[in-house]
Design a protein around this ligand. Structure first.
Ligand code: NAP
Length: 262
């Protein structure tokens, strides 16, 4: 299938590893030039170099703290300065920690929402006018099925994800007339560094081994396993492509059928 992505420019928040990196790599394989944003300079450089070597596209690594407005503005400005446009935004920088209402300190809510909730919102706010001016664009938000499955032990993440689903749909309505299509993907548990860290945390909280925790976390999943980052990437690339020209405001649960609702 010809996806019509060659020569486009994508900016990928959280592009140094995990889901963001997998999406960046797949976009690059389709000929998309990239700006990758994350905090760690060395990790970003390694990610960028790997993608350049594999695909030959241009990759701009931008070290920025995307939980701040200035970090977001620095990232977007650097991409525009080099490429002169932004066709695609992938929002994937997020690191929300588990915990319940009574155990989570106020600072955790603030810090975690500063990155995932406000970071995604600010990225969209920065690129919207650029895309509008250029006659359109694509935004893919990597959200998470915890937003549809309220869980008191992951209340900060569930709350942010529910808000992002609402905002994604609202912006799809606002962007549609300008051909800015905004969609969201709700992965279930996905095998990234986050998956390992969360399993280690749950293992000590529940007094179980990590393999036991892994089994519990996929027990209501019909496929019996976590999602792979490449599986999120395949869907994100399609949503960013010319072939997805009538998909707008959709929230796709990519969780092997674990979420049971209509
Ligand atoms: N993995 C899952 O099970 C899962 C399931 C559903 C939804 N999601 C969502 O998918 C997204 C990606 O998750 P992932 O599993 O790929 O995470 P990950 O492997 O931990 O990668 C997170 C990325 O975000 C960057 N990042 C973290 N804090 C940042 C900050 N303050 N400023 C800029 N960049 C920052 C990280 O780089 P630095 O640390 O160097 O900054 C890294 O590139 C998140 O929004 C997550 O909530 C994940």
């Amino acid at each position: 299938m010809e996806l019509g992505l060659k020569g486009k420019v994508a900016i990928v928040s959280g592009g140094s590893r995990g889901i963001g990196f997998a999406i960046a790599r797949e976009l690059a394989a389709e000929g998309v030039n990239l700006a990758l944003g994350a905090r760690s300079g060395p990790d970003l450089e390694t990610a960028a170099e790997e993608i350049r070597r594999e695909t030959g596209v241009q990759v701009l690594p931008v070290g920025a703290d995307l939980s701040t407005l200035s970090g977001v503005q620095t990232f977007v400005a650097a991409a525009v300065e080099l490429f002169g446009k932004v066709d695609i935004l992938i929002n994937s920088a997020g690191a929300i920690r588990g915990g319940s209402l009574l155990t989570k300190p106020d600072s955790d809510w603030q810090e975690d929402w500063d990155l995932k909730l406000f970071g995604y919102i600010r990225m969209m706010k920065e690129v919207f006018p650029i895309m509008r001016e250029a006659g359109g664009g694509r935004i893919v938000n990597i959200i998470g099925n915890a937003g549809r499955r309220p869980d008191p032990s992951y209340i900060v993440g569930g709350g942010a994800n529910a808000a992002l689903m609402n905002i994604t749909k609202a912006l799809a309505v606002e962007g549609g007339p300008d051909n800015i299509l905004v969609n969201g993907i709700n992965p279930g548990p996905t095998r990234t560094a986050r998956w390992d860290v969360m399993n280690q945390g749950l293992a000590s909280e529940w007094g179980k081994s990590v393999p036991e925790v892994e089994k519990i976390r996929v027990r209501d999943n019909p496929l019996g396993r976590p999602c792979e980052p490449q599986e999120v990437a395949a869907l994100a690339v399609f949503l960013a492509s010319e072939r997805a020209s009538y998909l707008n405001g959709v929230l796709i649960d990519l969780d092997g059928g674990a979420t049971r609702c209509i």
